[in-house]
Write a protein that binds this ligand. Structure first.
Ligand code: F6R
Length: 600
């Protein structure tokens, strides 16, 4: 995902601020970087493909500037080259941009007829040229921005400097986040508060179709029509954006280990005063059906919620991959609530699906981890998981926080539609309050996970199987392993093996499973016996007693169905982690993956 930082100061060199800001956004993934700043009274642009360290090495160590803009780019239009990297400059205007200009080809044609030519293959250079076109026509920044916002179809957070107006930085926003950090004599704009947190904890948020003129004394925020807006000054909550790795070797391990706190933090306000607190959650009884939309791990959390809504509260729930949902006939109506789950709140397919539902005027709810994210702005109502910053690409604590939040939503719904009793709910609440004691022994069982990792890390194919809820959890277990260890791992419904997949089982093929449902366990165990008979090595997470079997067993305590997914997933996460550790992969930033997938 792209990252933006811009800074202007009365008395400081902003280059270190820009580079530090970019580094704090690095975890989101990028493939090139660049910076524009004032040197010898002219705008100097330095860009490079690859890591920020390449950019630092290319910068002259003696350069100093009081104004600058910088960017990390994740290639969308055009390859990850230094030519395509931002900033882009066209005559008077230099910009960095997050988002996608959907009508850039039409605008490019129009500008080419006006004798503009382009060096890069990016939509951003076209946006920059359009700004320059209007600026030359009107010689008025407000009018330029107004015409630009009218013309552009797509999303943007843009930071702009103008060669004959170098006392100001301009920022423009539509559907891509932008904040303006305020500190003494120095103001910093960025796409994420993590980029400004070292320098200030006070910031403004821009809404869509707003723009701002930022200089060393002042921030003037305006609507697209040029009206000056009075905005709330926000304060950063430091705990929730903790970017440090602590004493851990990887962010992923730190984030797995934090789950003893993040789960309870997420649900606490809904359970602290027992049953009454659950009434703070939205009333879902007015809807006939629940839809859930998400991608990857968020989609897997949705599957767990589907199981709980249907089995516990007798409420129909469909779960969709956002990349499919946006292009299919979804039979939506005003009686359907669509829930969008996303850690980042910036996933392109999830945003497009949300826009589709909104365009029809139907109700939406967000389950989001990152506040001020695009989805959190767009949904009718947003519930936040309080997992804190998730920096490792592989999602762990966000997933369990999503499950916990969805669980309390299901519980409140069950009370309202009278499918569950108060006593039942109180018992689940007690287990959530006791979550630290329930999961800490599982988090601490490093030797067991390491011993399993040693057995599987050289394998080429690993199968995850389960039934019911355990099947949905096996999907997440397989995803965790494949994305960070690069071992091919697939999840199958245990009952489906015989319909094809069992032909792939050979001597020593690892089959990892969970069996935590008294009604279905016997069936899963017989499927495990079938693969055992074909030579597979079996690893089983269970709350039952199968000590006499030739399986490697990971025992979890017997808990409510709402807590089970959390207990099952911890061994899955740690097996994946230690396997990747033995393989020596880049665990926090696996190849080809970005933390936020902001393109289709
Ligand atoms: C896997 C993973 C991804 C994300 C997916 C959705 O570990 O992290 O599958 O879950 O890209 O991202 P968000 O939740 O940000 O919408």
């Amino acid at each position: 995902m792209c990252g933006i930082v811009g800074a202007i100061s009365k008395d400081r060199n902003v280059l270190p601020i820009l580079i530090t800001g970019l580094k704090n956004l690095e975890y989101r993934g990028y493939d090139s970087a660049g910076v524009a700043y004032l040197k010898n009274k002219k705008i100097n642009i330095v860009k490079t493909s690859g890591k920020i360290i390449n950019l630092e090495n290319k910068l002259n160590k003696n350069d100093k500037s009081n104004i600058g803009i910088a960017h990390t780019r994740w290639a969308t239009h055009g390859k990850a080259t230094s030519i395509n990297a931002h900033p882009h400059s066209v005559k008077h205007i230099t910009i960095v941009h997050n988002g996608i200009i959907e009508n850039y080809e039409e605008i490019k044609d129009m500008l080419e007829k006006e004798n503009y030519s382009f060096k890069s293959s990016t939509d951003t250079e076209v946006a920059c040229a359009l700004l320059n076109y209007y600026y030359e026509e009107f010689r008025d920044v407000d009018r330029t921005i107004k015409e630009f916002m009218k013309k552009i179809i797509g999303s943007y957070a843009i930071v702009m400097i103008i060669d004959n107006d170098l006392d100001n930085i301009y920022v423009l926003k539509k559907e891509s986040p932008l904040v303006i950090g305020i500190s003494d004599n120095t103001n910093i704009v960025a796409s994420d508060i993590r980029a400004i947190v070292k320098y200030t904890n006070k910031y403004y948020i821009l809404n869509d179709f707003e723009y701002a003129k930022v200089n060393t004394n002042d921030v003037i925020i305006k609507s697209v029509n040029g009206d000056i807006l009075s905005k709330e000054l926000h304060t950063i909550n430091l705990e929730e954006i903790d970017n440090s790795k602590g004493h851990y070797k990887h962010y992923m391990l730190k984030e797995i280990m934090e789950q003893n706190k993040t789960i309870l933090r997420t649900v606490l306000s809904f359970i602290e005063d027992g049953i009454d607190s659950l009434s703070k959650l939205p009333d879902l009884t007015k809807y006939k059906e629940i839809y859930i939309v998400g991608c990857g791990t968020a989609y897997h959390a949705g599957l767990v919620a589907k199981y709980l809504f249907e089995e516990i509260t007798n409420t129909k729930c469909n779960v969709y991959l956002a990349s499919e949902f946006r292009y299919q006939n979804n039979f939506l109506s005003k009686d359907t609530l669509t829930i969008f789950i996303s850690q980042s709140g910036e996933t392109a397919d999830t945003i497009s699906s949300l826009k589709l539902v909104k365009s029809k005027g139907y109700p939406t709810l967000g389950i989001i981890n990152v506040d001020n994210s695009t989805i959190s702005y767009l949904v009718d109502k947003c519930l936040y998981t309080k997992a804190g910053s998730e920096i490792a690409v592989a999602s762990t604590k966000a997933y369990t926080a999503q499950i916990a939040l969805l669980s309390v939503l299901v519980l409140s719904h069950g009370l309202r539609n009278k499918t569950i009793s108060e006593d039942y709910v109180l018992k689940v609440i007690d287990q959530f309050k006791n979550i630290d004691n329930l999961i800490s022994p599982l988090l601490d069982d490093k030797d067991l996970y390491l011993s399993i990792a040693k057995k599987i890390y050289k394998e080429k194919d690993i199968f995850y199987i389960g039934r019911g809820l355990d099947y949905y959890l096996s999907m997440e277990g397989a995803l965790k392993l494949k994305e960070i260890s690069y071992i091919h791992s697939e999840a199958y419904s245990a009952g489906e093996l015989k319909h094809g997949t069992i032909s792939l089982i050979e001597k020593s093929t690892p089959v990892i499973s969970s069996a935590t449902n008294t009604k279905l366990n016997a069936k899963t165990i017989s499927n495990l016996e079938e693969v055992l008979a074909r030579g597979a090595d079996i690893y089983l997470i269970t709350d039952d007693n199968y000590k006499d079997k030739s399986f490697t067993i990971i025992n979890i305590p017997k808990v409510s169905i709402f807590i089970k997914p959390i207990l099952v997933i911890i061994p899955y996460q740690l097996i994946a982690y230690y396997t990747a550790l033995l393989k020596g992969t880049d665990i926090d930033k696996p190849k080809n993956l970005a933390k936020s997938v902001t393109v289709e």
